[in-house]
Design a protein around this ligand. Structure first.
Ligand code: KIV
Length: 264
């Protein structure tokens, strides 16, 4: 079985076919998610919370991501795999280059993801110049949680919405190949998706983006306590985990998820 490539993912956007993405942290789930038809597996630093039981993603380090990424790569054959760059592992272009190379060489990742706006343009340019595919991440930035104070919708007023839009354009120009847009209005999600040529993946950015991503443990209802409004428990009333993930893929591909109930 051949792996999905970045040009193929970009083509899905051009063809108007939605990209189904989920987080994954181990080989068993990677096998199952792939069987269910998920296109992209994200080894997210959300593993700090859902696997390690940490309060935030801050404590996750590069070794953690490499370890989980290796396991996900071993369990998958077809998926395109993105690895998160942990907190302060990309503070300078050279530090980013060094750590992104580790995620690809040791972890086996096909793309790296980093959180932040236009201040990352040199870093993204450098990674891209050296042949490293980059996924930018705008909107709610979980690595900035202690600055933000809480996980809440971003870009609520016109000035901050415009800033997110301009950041998205700048990062695409710098060489980003994909963008995850977290917790912003569906209107902003649509505007950015229409403006960019690269695939824009919604994590609470409405139904008009080119694809959707959720944290696996949230969409299976494993996460205890309150999950974000943009989450939906796909396990309810389904016979198995496999069927639940199949139903997520079906809902994403057929534009049934997210509905207005999971949008801002
Ligand atoms: O770490 C993660 O799982 C993420 C997603 C929430 C997009 O970045």
């Amino acid at each position: 079985m051949k792996r999905l490539t970045l040009p193929q993912l970009k083509q899905l956007k051009q063809q108007g076919e939605k990209i189904a993405m989920l987080t994954a942290y181990d080989a068993s789930f990677a096998i199952l998610l792939e069987l269910a038809g998920v296109d992209v597996l994200l080894v997210g630093d959300s593993l700090g919370m859902v696997i390690q039981g940490q309060e935030s993603t801050i404590a996750v380090n590069i070794e953690d991501i490499i370890y989980h990424c290796k396991n996900v790569v071993r369990g998958s054959q077809r998926s395109f795999i993105i690895a998160d760059m942990p907190f302060i592992t990309y503070a300078t272009p050279n530090q980013a280059l060094h750590n992104a190379a580790r995620l690809m060489r040791e972890g086996g990742a096909h793309m790296v993801k980093l959180e932040g706006g236009s201040f990352l343009k040199e870093t993204i340019y450098q990674l891209s110049t050296y042949g490293i595919p980059v996924c930018a991440h705008l909107g709610l930035l979980p690595q900035s949680i202690y600055q933000l104070g809480s996980y809440q919708v971003q870009g609520k007023d016109q000035i901050s919405a415009d800033r997110i839009y301009e950041d998205a354009v700048t990062l695409e120009q710098a060489g980003a190949d994909m963008l995850i847009l977290e917790c912003v209005s569906a209107v902003l999600g649509k505007k950015i998706t229409q403006a960019l040529e690269i695939p824009v993946i919604s994590c609470g950015a409405g139904p008009e983006c080119d694809g959707q991503v959720l944290v696996l443990y949230d969409m299976l209802g494993i996460t205890q306590g309150k999950t974000p409004r943009f989450n939906y428990n796909f396990l309810t009333n389904k016979g198995s985990v496999l069927d639940s993930v199949k139903s997520y893929v079906h809902a994403v591909k057929n534009k049934q998820f997210p509905s207005s109930a999971q949008s801002y």
